[in-house]
Design a protein around this ligand. Structure first.
Ligand SMILES: [Zn+2]
Length: 48
């Protein structure tokens, strides 16, 4: 199981532990919490 990085808070998490995912520009991003996912959805260009 690969580890992935939450781009909002910078935390590394196991893909299986991701609480939320967001598809953006053809990539899937993984988040530790709904709050991080929400932040990303609002400002995706700040994190990509
Ligand atoms: Zn996070």
């Amino acid at each position: 199981m690969p580890d992935v990085k939450d781009p909002v808070c910078g935390m590394t998490i196991a893909e299986a532990d991701a609480v939320a995912t967001v598809d953006h520009d053809g990539s899937t991003y993984y988040f530790c919490s709904q709050d991080c996912a929400e932040e990303f959805r609002e400002n995706p260009d700040d994190y990509t």
